[in-house]
Design a protein around this ligand. Sequence first.
Ligand SMILES: N[C@@H](CCC(=O)N[C@@H](CS)C(=O)NCC(=O)O)C(=O)O
Length: 480
Amino acid sequence: MDKLEPLVRGDVIYAKAIGRPCKPLSDLLIRRVYLRRRRCCRSRRQSRLVSSVRDLDRVRPEAPVDMVLVLHSGSGNKNAFKALIAAEYNGVKIELTKNFEMGVSNKTPEFLKMNPLGKIPVLETPDGAVFESNAIARYVARLKDNSSLCGSSLIEYAHIEQWTDFSATEVDAHIARWLYPRLGYGPYNPVYEEFAITSLKRSLGALNTHLALNTFLVGHSVTLADIVMACNLYYGFMRILTKSFTSEFPHVERYFWTMVNQPNFKKVIGDVKQAESVPPVQKKAAPPKEPKAKEVKKEAPKPKVVEAPEEEEEAPKPKPKNPLDLLPPSKMILDEWKRLYSNTKTNFREIAIKGFWDMYDPEGYSMWFCDYKYNDENTVSFVTMNKVGGFLQRMDLCRKYAFGKMLVIGSTPPFKVKGLWLFRGQDIPKFVMDEVYDMELYDWTKVDISDEVQKERVNAMIEDLEPFEGEALLDAKCFK
Ligand SMILES: N[C@@H](CCC(=O)N[C@@H](CS)C(=O)NCC(=O)O)C(=O)O
């Protein structure tokens, strides 16, 4: 590339001439232009070197280069999806490395030369390797001249960068801090988890506000920012962001489902199914995985499976049966009660409460009062309400087996937190006690339904009856 210097200058002029000084030309592009110039000149047996802006424009291919780039990654990696989706939009050909094996292929000396961290994805280009998924996706997005993925003005370019960074640091990072310890990829600490959830909610709240008025993150069509954001959300939606969590952010939900159903996303990601529950905390850190020998695949597969941080194509483990599923069948159908509760808008006492007692099966279910042990700490209303909200979120893992009401009581601090829970079986389920740390923060008393006073307390709690035990209700939350 001895003629690289003048060509670099020519390309910078070109970039400025088309009004995109913000879009640096990659070495690859420069080499491409150089090679094309040479080919063009030779084929026409011309001795002149293409040099004017117009000539450069002519030799610049309209479609991206006709080469195939190699992406080192297993299938199902949301970080690899970013480049693969960008490639679909730009008509760039990318193939996943054949026979990629996590923990083996990414630890060879050759791989470590491309990415010293030994992490995936890595893109091999004719000009060298690129690691970091956002950098790779940017590279692919910029391969096509005038790609709509890159925006069309300096401010759009900045906004695309803004949302891409936001997506990495304010969304992806918080999802990881919440999810990974639960999967055993780091120590689990409930206080850190709460912080991760609060931070994630703050970010999604901001995103929700933006999306209330915008279909896309930037401009009026899909950009790289949407690809990166949707891939990061994808991972969250698939693994931990249940409907009960995301419903607080309806515009984010709408946005996410719109994105993943775009044909170019769908081709790469496949069908997306939202997590039904928050994964329970793994007691021990995941043991290091033995590398597995794998079959050679003929073609790079279209990725469709869910990624794990270190092990990507792990066969799904058979889910152990929940002991509550082994209990004798109950005549009470929990979902029927939940529907009745949700659908009763008037005459609550006559319809819902009466219906509850008609359905209630004291053999298949038990009811429990809970009383927060540290009410004197509940000095700030919204902190108290958030605390209860966090508790309900963590109870997600027992949604199939429980119904609950939580009341924040009082009109002035300190507020009291009390609740009523209905659980399948005669005890508080062990997995709930083991995995939801909030359980220890409450005193639990089994409801004696032969005691009319206790029965009436149950009614009042289900109904959010005010005053409750002589006090106003600051908040009432339902777990259903
Ligand atoms: N910030 C990096 C994250 C890369 C990353 O964490 N890759 C994981 C798989 S998703 C990995 O290769 N882990 C293997 C290891 O840590 O050795 C990116 O966006 O590319």
